[in-house]
Write a protein that binds this ligand. Sequence first.
Ligand code: SME
Length: 151
Amino acid sequence: MGRKEEICQKVKRLLETNRDCDSILKSSVAILHEACPKYTWTGIYLLEGDQLVLHNYIGKPSPHTKIPLGKGICGAAAAQKETILVSDVNADPRYLACSLETKSEIVVPIINNGKVYGEIDIDSDEPNAFDIEDKELLEAVSSLLGQCFPL
Ligand code: SME
């Protein structure tokens, strides 16, 4: 079984065991963070009104616990309802710095039935750390996590 299938199976198990949304989101962050050594900071933001609010994370504390929709890479991904992969954060004018060591970032919206409920945000201290496999993995996980939210 590949990495994507293994991780998705773990997240599916979380969803099937009737746990509450908060604990599913926390456990999913832990599963992703532990499975991928390049993931230096792994977190989930939830959309509350027109702000993204940091729900849980593993890594150094971020000053960006609330991000307005449309601001930063996080706000752009939620506004565009699309994954944003940034191979060099210092070359992206949208980037809101969290740690000086961060070199690359991927943000994947959590969508259910066309509505954005939040997003998975991952930073890496390695430049160009994320590829199509990370994108596909994180989109598969975020699509599963979309089931946590009511339609
Ligand atoms: N870099 C993000 C802000 C969040 S921190 O990475 C945790 C951004 O540009 O939106």
